[in-house]
Design a protein around this ligand. Structure first.
Ligand code: ZN
Ligand code: ZN
Length: 232
């Protein structure tokens, strides 16, 4: 079946994510927009996934557990996992690699971790948008070694992208696909053609979540089916 997907969005746990991007709001807006499978990809953390998975489960909406990591090169790298537990394990691994810079809520916004009722259970105090001290190559190896998928984000954007930072897609790194931002032209780099491409919203606000615009040929709107497609 063709599944309507949006596989890159941020909750209110990301410092740049709107405070209205709560687990309930982003899941229910995705249902209203007619999506079948979404991914929550907060910056350098998976800690909003447990509550979001509970809400999505009740709504019958597919949730792909994800994160968007800022690498040492300031490149944004998407990681997808089959389960929330795998994503949380990776999030715990990553946390000590984030520099001990505190968030400034007045400047960046709050970093709220919520439960499935959208009640605030914790405020993350370390700034989540910082770069970790690991290279894109070592992060891709770590993600893939844990059974995940490593996909450079918005490669055609002018900042925080693999092409803006490195100028090319390193052929020795085993990326599982590439994300091409919808709002910019795709560069004519021949190395891009050999990967599967994803097109997502990178929504930080409810209104930016995609409608039924991007489709993937998945057997079902589930992480397993997404992995089967990306690895085929
Ligand atoms: Zn990004
Ligand atoms: Zn993003």
């Amino acid at each position: 079946m063709n599944c309507a997907v949006d596989l890159h969005m941020h909750s209110c746990l990301s410092p740049c994510g709107d405070e209205l991007m709560t687990p309930n709001n982003l899941s229910k807006m995705s249902v209203l927009k007619g999506l079948d499978l979404i991914a929550l990809t907060d910056h350098n953390t998976a800690r909003q996934l447990p509550a979001t998975a509970k809400v999505c489960g009740e709504l019958g909406l597919g949730l792909l557990p994800g994160m968007e990591i800022t690498t040492r090169e300031e490149v944004h790298l998407l990681a997808y996992f089959r389960t929330v537990e795998e994503a949380l394990d990776f999030s715990d691994f990553l946390y000590p690699h984030l520099p001990p810079i505190p968030n400034r809520p007045d400047y960046f916004g709050h970093q709220w971790i919520m439960d499935e009722e959208d009640e605030i259970v914790e405020e993350e105090e370390k700034l989540l948008i910082s770069a970790v001290d690991l290279s894109i190559d070592s992060l891709a190896k770590e993600i893939i070694g844990r059974g995940g998928l490593a996909i450079p984000a918005h490669i055609n954007r002018g900042s925080n992208s693999i092409l803006s930072a490195l100028g090319f897609i390193p052929p020795f790194t085993k990326f599982s696909g590439l994300e091409i931002a919808r709002s910019f032209p795709c560069p004519p780099d021949p190395s891009i053609g050999k990967y599967k491409h994803l097109h997502s919203s990178d929504a930080h606000r409810l209104e930016d979540i995609l409608e039924r615009e991007e489709f993937l040929p998945l057997a079902a709107p589930t992480p397993e089916a997404f992995f089967a497609y990306m690895l085929s």
